[in-house]
Design a protein around this ligand. Sequence first.
Ligand code: IMP
Ligand code: MG
Length: 192
Amino acid sequence: MPQSVLREPAQTGPDGRAYVIDQMISAKSIAARVESLAHEIEAHFADTDKLIVVGLLRGSFVFIADLARELDLPVEIDFIEASSYGAAMQSSREVRILKDLRGEIEGRDVLVVEDIVDTGFTLHHVLHLLRARKPRRLEVCALLDKPSRREVEAPLRFVGFEIPDEFVVGYGIDYAQRNRNLDHIGKVRFVP
Ligand code: IMP
Ligand code: MG
């Protein structure tokens, strides 16, 4: 069966529309890319005494788990949660912090881990907040980047894959809280 063909039975979204998920990036390709991203990050932070890896909840939870285990550096893991799309497929452009970091980051090396960067509003807001706390170095690693959708600047130092303007799910990423547990990245396609 070709990869682009429907892998799952149709599901129903929050508005009652049926959709299927077409595979875009396989679990194997993700694993290979995560390994090479970890090498890029290790090289960049080779001299660090401790790297604070900050996951943006909830979408980054699978990615950060895999990435952190590939990192051969002293790391600490922390999380921050920003408000997201809710049940919609559009960014609200208003970003609120729902859960802040537990630890201090002043003078530390910090790597923010994001699942996907779309308009850039979420990351822009989070970076503004974190920069004010004066970390020594602050870099961003995003698994997916949709550059064609960018509306505000979001400096990405490490990017897993650039993807076209499609709504994707899986590997931690959701559609109205569903499909986070898919082991690959797929795109949502509505069906009649
Ligand atoms: P931004 O603020 O527009 O850059 O959106 C970033 C956040 O929106 C990401 O962290 C995701 O949680 C969510 N998001 C953006 N694109 C998608 C998508 O294609 N599928 C699911 N969630 C997405
Ligand atoms: Mg997110």
